[in-house]
Design a protein around this ligand. Structure first.
Ligand code: A3D
Length: 311
């Protein structure tokens, strides 16, 4: 079986970890693309990882480029091209600059990777994935945004810290836009199948949900420059792996809604089945009135950002 090809558009902080994880998991060969000024960095990072592959005991060819011809025919494309936040900035502050970048990337990928599964990571996430779909005209199954996997990963980490249990046994869906309005569904969170609400007080759970909503900002403030990169990369790789291996995992991600949850024509974080068909199905959770109101509030924030794209 021929090796799969994974294109990484953007070879910055997240791009570097994506390349390492994709190689380490032997998902396929990796081509990292950045702008001409940064081509050396893309070449340098991928060569550095190549030189680690004998030590990791994995086979993957990695290369760096600034030429879209080199990513042509990729099976999966993960897009991190764009600016990250600085302390004091909201994700929406990035919109204008990153919209230009996503539009440029979209036009190039439309020509070179029309059949790939595209995972967008660039912020502000929900409006950038919307813009990418509009610019490329790719089908909704083949364009998804990475956010929910990270948000739920953060929620799971905080629950594990609180309870002293394995992160693996915690399940905690998070809905909505990737930002302060996201909706951690604490009612449905479980630890080894036991409802979280039976294990922690309402105050503790609310504190964890609040920390989850602000988790990206917590890291931005600690780092002082740039935003989280290990966990976003691990999250995008989880989505790519589910697609490449047709695992049909149920992963929360920004998916294009056409009537689900009563929402039409927007990307928003929802649980989705990711398999060989890309986003194969959106799972609709029956929400309480409060949860529904919180989701609609999150949608309003996404709508405002989408309006700014003028697309
Ligand atoms: P950074 O380390 O700055 O890397 C971005 C890279 O994109 C740089 O190497 C740029 O040279 C490159 N780039 C810029 N323009 C283009 C272009 N037109 N074509 C190709 N490459 C280009 O940032 P990062 O890796 O830390 O973050 C990347 C993006 O992910 C930012 O927008 C972050 O805000 C976003 N992010 C999203 C999440 C989510 O959960 C959604 C989490 C963390 C970061």
């Amino acid at each position: 079986m021929a090796r799969k090809k994974i294109a990484l558009i953007g070879g910055g902080q997240i791009g570097g970890i994506l390349a390492l994880l994709a190689a380490q998991k032997e998902l396929g060969d990796v081509v990292m693309l950045d702008i001409p000024d940064m081509e050396g960095v893309a070449k340098g990072k991928t060569l550095d990882i190549t030189e680690a592959t004998p030590l990791l005991g994995v086979d993957s060819n990695l290369s760096g480029t600034s030429n879209y011809a080199d990513v042509a025919g990729a099976d999966v494309v993960i897009i991190t091209a764009g600016l990250p936040r600085k302390p004091g900035m909201s994700r929406d502050d990035l919109l204008e600059m990153n919209l230009k970048i996503i539009s440029d990337v979209g036009k190039n990928l439309k020509k070179t990777c029309p059949n790939a599964f595209h995972i967008i990571v660039t912020n502000p996430l929900d409006s950038m994935v919307y813009a990418f779909k509009k610019v490329t005209g790719f089908s909704k199954n083949k364009v998804a945004g990475m956010a929910g996997v990270l948000d739920t990963g953060r929620f799971r980490s905080f629950v594990a810290m609180e309870l002293g249990v394995s992160v693996e046994d915690i399940s905690a869906p998070v809905l909505g836009g990737h930002g302060p309005t996201m909706v951690p569904l604490v009612r449905l969170a479980t630890v080894g199948g036991v409802p979280l609400t039976e294990l922690l007080s309402a105050e503790k759970i609310e504190a964890i949900a609040t920390r989850t909503r602000k988790a990206g900002t917590e890291i931005v403030n600690l780092l002082g420059s740039g935003s989280a990169f290990f966990s976003p990369a691990a999250s995008a790789i989880e989505m790519a792996e589910s697609y490449l291996k047709d695992k049909k995992r149920v992963l929360p991600c920004a998916a294009y809604l056409e009537g689900e949850y009563g929402i039409n024509g927007y990307y928003l974080g929802v649980p989705a089945i990711i398999g060989a068909g890309g986003v194969e199905k959106i799972i609709e959770v029956k929400l309480t009135a409060d949860e529904k109101a919180a989701l609609m509030n999150s949608l309003e924030a996404v709508k405002t950002a989408v309006k700014e794209t003028k697309l």
